[in-house]
Design a protein around this ligand. Sequence first.
Ligand code: C2E
Ligand code: MG
Ligand code: MG
Ligand code: MG
Length: 264
Amino acid sequence: YRIKQAGGGHAAFQRQQDQRTTIQMERLTALHRALERDELQLYFQPVVQAESHAVVAHEALLRWVRPTGVVSPLDFIPLAETSGLIVPIGRWVLQQAINALKARRISRVSVNVSALEIRQPDFVEFLQWILTETGVEPRRIWLELTESSMLEPRFAPVLQDLHALGVRTALDDFGNGYSSLMALTSLPIELVKIDRSFTAPIGEVTPSGQRALEVVRGIVALATALGLPTVAEGIETPRQAALLSQVGCTFFQGYLFGRPQPLS
Ligand code: C2E
Ligand code: MG
Ligand code: MG
Ligand code: MG
């Protein structure tokens, strides 16, 4: 009886797994179609100078605009990454972002890049090709990489090539990962983006708010010593901006200065 129970339980588990796989397959097909049907859209969020609040750049943030609503990248980037679809999607993103630069709709752009994209042997060549086609200056492009993917030593030569091309590289979500400090020593990074998990509690009159501010002060001191500017992500209140300005952040990004939105 007990064995039969266990067997029944396993069958139910298997059914659930199959169902989950089917749902994932359907989502993947839909995402594939999204790319073909132009359902993907780039939103742009301003990055401002900490002192003057002048807009210096925009971060390109992907959205999937479905008839049922707008889907967050957090809900489809992981699937795009595991399926490999991030490669054509990422190329579309780069193309769109650089087109916006060419049309002078924005002056600088920061583009998120997945590890799998960078791992393509022709990644640098592709970027070079769009830059040549469009005549856009490479200095106007920041590529945002997340630390865990950048830490792999085999990426160092690619980053060097990007550097040689004149494109700049940023370490995204700094502090929210494993061994993030090592990336600063071994890779040619030119900008540090401080993760929102550090900036969010700042301004709260709590011990963790106070500690977060001190941690950010330390990150900024470290970046400054390395000659690297910093972006504080996720600024939502004037109080956060004031405190982060005091600790010497170079740039701000967050709802206080503008939400991600399509270029009008
Ligand atoms: P990220 O690169 O760290 O982007 C910052 C995220 O913080 C964005 O979420 C942005 O909308 C959100 N944000 C900005 N300011 C605020 C604020 O003041 N408060 C709060 N609560 N959130 C704020 P989003 O647009 O949902 O993107 C999530 C992540 O998806 C990005 O994190 C990035 O890792 C990834 N992603 C987005 N677009 C692309 C893309 O084109 N390619 C790749 N590979 N990844 C992308
Ligand atoms: Mg980013
Ligand atoms: Mg980030
Ligand atoms: Mg992130």
